[in-house]
Design a protein around this ligand. Structure first.
Ligand code: NDP
Ligand code: 2IT
Length: 444
């Protein structure tokens, strides 16, 4: 059996009930075949792949908190410190009832390669909890965040592990988490990114993942001789990534006609109204059923269906495994040119294969959504030098990073004779730097 197959088998048998982690590992290792096969005996002797797929350490802890009625609740908190070969652990915190260890491990694993692709000195980690922020008061959110940080603060620090936002964690939660860290540790340091602008946050971090997705999409289309301006796009989700992806798409001359949440989706043929979306989601924290009040000509549909609309470019920006094989078939039959992932692993393995076979340009999340973490690393730089840069400066750096990633994944794919396969390009380019650092640092 090949070394890669052995390691995949071991990951599945040693980590039962973690299907998302298996999926992420399979996708990465399968695409590393040409690299590993060049030097299989060396990698096997060094147990390089076993070291890559096993987190350096993982924490699982109890998070008790009290609701507004005096009822005590207990959630489970996680932080997985996956790989620190190229820098301090870096990656978001997710608050969603679906969170479990396997989900945090898949996200942490992806983060290792994504962070490497940014070209910045950040290792990979991820954390979160099965706490559901929906319908909670600000006081309840604060109570949860304070309890979560009371434990998490033992494991993180500006030079060791720097969490940030992900699903269910935005500026409000980061504020409460930062306040509690500072109170317990007595340190005013850049231990979290995505902070508010009045206490060490970076301009353009809020926009960065969505904007970065569009910078990469525009460049990747350009490499393939296609112009983004004038194209019709579908976006799924209506959170941080979806909102700012839509905004930047419009600024670049494309038109986004859909958005969604976990209950349903909106089709607005005249183009999604970003101000309305921001008010519904960022201010009112309401559901998308409200969108029709702002745009009477739009349609609201319950359930799934966002990929049924005929578009040139599809941008999944909600969550993992939200774009299935059936959706991929529909996109292809509607003439879709490109799918670029704003979310982490939103496309199933079968859907990805189908899209690639049908010559749809496919940009994997670890490249396409790397603008968020890249800008987090820029926030760390600003915190270290105790300065803040202008919006224009951060945005220009973000754009440069995304353009560089685009060319690096394209070049890596070409080097291994798989031109146009950006999944392979991203995994290979991300892997090379991490492995080089791991080999140099010995068996640790
Ligand atoms: P938000 O919490 O701001 O928004 C998440 C959106 O996705 C909401 O519209 C939510 O709908 C929808 N969603 C979440 N879970 C599900 C589900 N199980 N089924 C259907 N819809 C769902 O999160 P972000 O925008 O920050 O994150 C979106 C994706 O982007 C995630 O995959 C995240 O890991 C990834 N990402 C985020 C980065 C960041 O900087 N924030 C950086 C890189 C990647 P509802 O409100 O109904 O739950
Ligand atoms: O998936 C991701 O890259 C994020 N949620 C952002 C991580 C970060 O540290 O900014």
């Amino acid at each position: 059996m090949s070394y890669i197959d052995e390691v995949i088998e071991e990951v599945v048998s040693k980590n039962p009930s973690e299907p998302e982690f298996h999926q992420a590992v399979k996708e990465v290792l399968e695409s590393l075949r040409p690299v590993i096969e060049e030097n299989e005996e060396l990698y096997r002797r060094e147990a390089l792949l076993e070291r890559i797929v096993n987190p350096e350490r993982q924490f699982k802890f109890r998070v008790p908190w009290v609701d507004d009625k005096g009822q005590v609740h207990v959630n489970t908190g996680y932080r997985v410190q996956f790989n620190s070969a190229i820098g301090p652990y870096k990656g978001g915190l997710r608050l969603h009832p679906s969170v479990n260890l396997g989900i945090i491990k898949f996200l942490g694993f992806e983060q290792v390669f994504k962070n490497s692709l940014t070209g910045l000195p950040i290792g990979g980690g991820k954390g979160g909890s099965d706490f559901d922020p929906k319908g909670k008061s600000d006081r309840e959110i604060m109570a949860f965040c304070q309890s979560f940080m009371t434990e998490l603060c033992k494991y993180i620090g500006a030079d060791t592990d720097v969490p940030a936002g992900d699903i269910g964690v935005g500026a409000r939660e980061i504020g409460y988490l930062f306040g509690q860290y500072k109170r317990i540790k007595g340190l005013y340091e850049g231990v979290l990114t995505g902070k508010g602008l009045s206490y060490g946050g970076s301009l353009a971090r809020t926009e960065a993942t969505g904007y970065g997705l569009l910078y990469l999409t525009e460049e990747l289309l350009k490499i393939n001789g296609i112009e983004l301006a004038g194209k019709i796009c579908s976006v799924s989700g209506s959170g941080n990534v979806a909102i700012y992806a839509t905004q930047k798409a419009h600024q670049l001359g494309a038109k986004v006609v859909t958005c969604s949440d976990s209950n349903g989706w909106v089709y607005d043929p005249e183009g999604i109204d970003v101000d309305a979306l921001k008010e519904i989601k960022e201010v009112k924290r309401a559901r998308l059923t409200e969108y029709k009040n702002y745009r009477p000509n739009s349609e609201y549909h319950e359930g799934r269906g966002v990929w049924s609309i005929k578009v040139d470019v599809a941008l999944p920006c909600a969550t993992q495994n939200e774009l299935h094989l059936e959706d991929a078939k529909q996109l292809v039959s509607n003439g879709c040119l490109a799918v670029c992932e704003g979310a982490n692993m939103p496309t199933t393995l079968e859907a990805t294969e189908y899209l690639q076979k049908n010559k749809v340009i496919f940009a994997p999340g670890k490249a396409a959504n790397a603008g968020g973490v890249a800008t987090s690393a820029l926030e760390m730089s600003q915190n270290s030098e105790r300065l803040s840069w202008s919006f224009e400066e951060v945005d220009a750096r973000l754009k440069r990073i995304m353009v560089d990633i685009t060319h690096n994944i394209d070049a890596a794919a070409k080097r291994y004779d798989c031109e146009g396969n950006y999944v392979m390009g991203a995994n290979i380019a991300g892997f090379e730097k991490v492995v080089d650092a791991m080999m140099a640092q010995g068996i640790v």
